[in-house]
Design a protein around this ligand. Structure first.
Ligand code: ARG
Length: 298
């Protein structure tokens, strides 16, 4: 099966507000034209890297005034042909919800998804940004405590019939799980320990043996290179450190590093600029998947 990713065209991307500590509207405004050009080039390079790794890319149009739509990872959690649409904590991003709803209905109409539902209003959960499928272990890891609510996790478990292990995020810099935690296809987990509460670290250490844990420093996490897309043994990421590149190479991964600097000004890297649509779990669900309550638009 061809891996398939959703991306949002960056025509309307800019850094206009601050909803996470990485965001730099001042740096954007210093050269909006140059930044826009650089963003287009970086986005094209990411799409080309995904295609180069054998993936297909579905492109959504963005919308004026919704610059962060360029980060579709936050739109939904997707697995087994089912998409659970997110609820954004920040008012700046809430108007993205109906746009993504329409886009996901269109994907369903084309047969790329079987079921689409939305979380109830107020049940904040920011999609794959805070809910990462661990293919090697057959469960989700669910970030909470910054953008997403712990209360959203049972909805995710019910909708997919899969376990979601809660990981509480301890610092505003690590506002989404995908900026500090990356499960790799071979079972390794690349993560920055400083992003997590002690109980979250306990959960990681209980489930991932030491030999499979790759710890990144705060400086490395600050490159937003943990926000990576793994396709087989290829890992597509923002520029990483030589140390991480070497650690990944030792384990048989090939890093494709991109200059994503215009998007880093918004606090996003490679992973959140994409959303994988075709993920399928290897094992059947532990419970029958249930439709999430109160689908948007119902
Ligand atoms: N400016 C966006 C926000 O703060 C960046 C989102 C990046 N997405 C992610 N999954 N890390 O919402």
């Amino acid at each position: 099966m061809t891996p398939r990713f959703l991306m949002t065209d960056p025509a309307h991307f800019e850094v206009a507000y601050v909803i996470n500590p990485w965001m730099r509207p001042d740096a954007w405004r210093r050269d909006p034209e140059g930044n826009r050009r650089a963003a287009r080039a970086a986005w094209e390079a990411l799409a080309a890297a995904l295609r180069g790794a054998g993936a297909a890319v579905e492109v959504l149009p963005g919308a004026p005034g919704l610059p962060d739509m360029v980060f579709p990872a936050n739109a939904a959690v997707v697995l087994d042909g089912r998409a659970l649409l997110s609820r954004f904590r920040c008012p700046e991003r809430r108007p993205e919800e109906p746009r993504f709803w329409a886009a996901f209905q269109a994907l369903r109409a084309r047969g790329l998804l079987d079921a689409v539902a939305a979380l109830p209003e107020g049940v904040f959960q920011e999609g794959a940004g805070d809910c990462l499928w661990d293919a090697a272990r057959g469960h989700f890891w669910a970030g909470h405590g910054q953008r997403s609510l712990r209360e959203a996790i049972p909805y995710v478990e019910a909708f997919f019939g899969r376990e979601a292990v809660p990981l509480e995020l301890a610092a505003p810099r690590f506002y989404h799980l995908d900026v500090c935690f990356c499960p790799l296809p071979g079972g390794e987990v690349l993560f920055h320990p400083g992003a997590f509460t002690p109980s979250a670290l306990g959960a990681i250490r209980a489930r991932v043996p030491a030999a499979l844990r790759i710890e990144a420093t705060a400086e490395e996490a600050g490159l937003l290179c943990l926000n990576a897309v793994a396709i087989g043994r290829t890992v597509v990421m923002a520029r990483a450190s030589a140390r991480l590149r070497a650690l990944l190479a030792e384990r048989g991964y090939r890093c494709v590093e991109l200059d994503l600097s215009p998007f880093l000004l918004a606090g996003g890297g490679a992973f959140c600029m994409t959303l994988r649509l075709d993920l399928r779990a290897a094992a059947p669900p532990r419970a029958a998947p249930r439709a999430a309550p109160v689908p948007l638009g119902a």
